[in-house]
Design a binder for this molecule. Structure first.
Ligand code: BDR
Ligand code: CA
Length: 303
């Protein structure tokens, strides 16, 4: 079992990653930390609590983190995730409370209680993780690895240069990428290989459990947004980063020295540059293998 802390800005594909993390028997989801990104922190935290409640997992701790990037104004993505971050869905409100300690403090404590065992799957802007590494530098050696959904060697989605999560908080990304903690960049080079069309998730409609029915609702909501943009596919970026250390065989990795641009023109670009840190980068991904993975975890799901 891999012990994972999921740091997310829930968000439609973050919501699917949460359900994946609960449904995958190889994952022990230690807790979820929230950050501002796709929408503001109040929404990302509320969505996280409510998604967990919708699948009967309100016992998993939710820890609220940073409400804005380290050095910039908040940049959100309502165009892709809807005004509240969860498309046009209205979720039942979870009765669970947000935990009282800050996301970075929770991560530091969990890592020091489980030295060498914790994987951080960071699928939003890297603000909370940067704070963890700067405020608690002594725990760096005890982090097993950080899997970042972010970056791209093949052009961006927030701008022509930059992927959204890195664009949103490039100063935080710079801290995390140069921290020397084992890090895998799972960016658009990998995630955009797995495009799901409507028919690809028909199998989920046959499953009869809360996890599959919630995922179908999210998927349909994603599609309503994508239809309005004239696009016929959706991508589960955050689920792919979540499984980077579990399903190695689905990925092709290369090591590259990466620098993060903080310049105004190329803000958030993840650039191969001789002065950058050597980073493990996912450059390829087996899309059919991922579709089978989704079938496996939802097919075996009891929730
Ligand atoms: C990333 O940006 C967000 O909008 C998604 O949730 C994902 O983490 C993809 O670029
Ligand atoms: Ca995200």
């Amino acid at each position: 079992m891999k012990k994972i802390i999921l740091d997310c800005d829930t968000g439609l594909d973050d919501a699917v990653a949460i359900i994946n993390a609960v449904a995958d028997k190889e994952i022990k989801l230690m807790g979820i930390t929230t950050v501002a990104g796709n929408v503001n922190l109040e929404y990302t935290t509320r969505n996280t609590l409510d998604i967990l409640y919708s699948i009967g997992e309100e016992g998993i701790g939710v820890y609220k983190g940073e409400k804005k990037p380290l050095a910039r104004e908040l940049h959100t993505a309502e165009d892709f995730h809807g005004k509240s971050g969860i498309g046009d869905l209205v979720l039942k409100r979870s009765p669970a409370d947000i935990k009282s300690i800050h996301a970075a403090e929770y991560m530091a404590k969990t890592i020091s209680d489980n030295p060498g065992d914790i994987i951080i799957a960071a699928v939003g802007p890297l603000t909370n993780v940067a704070l963890l590494l700067t405020k608690y530098p002594e725990i760096k050696k005890d982090i097993k690895e950080i899997n970042v959904m972010g970056g791209s060697l093949c052009g961006g989605n927030a701008t022509q240069f930059a992927e959204f999560n890195i664009y949103a908080d490039p100063e935080a990304a710079e801290i995390v990428f140069s921290s020397e903690v084992p890090l895998t960049m799972v960016g658009l080079d990998a995630t955009m290989k797995a495009k799901f069309q409507k028919k690809d998730l028909d199998f989920l409609r046959e499953e009869k459990n809360s996890r599959s029915s919630m995922t179908v609702k999210i998927f349909d909501s994603m599609f309503r947004i994508r239809d309005s943009q004239g696009k016929d596919f959706v991508v589960f970026h955050d689920s792919i980063a979540l499984i980077a250390s579990l399903k190695n065989e689905l990925f092709t990795f290369e090591n590259h020295p990466i620098m993060i641009s903080t310049d105004s023109k190329t803000r958030g670009e993840t650039r191969v540059h001789e002065k950058g840190q050597k980073i493990k980068v996912a450059v390829g991904f087996d899309s059919e293998g991922f579709k089978n993975y989704m079938k496996d975890i939802f097919g075996n799901s009891e929730g």
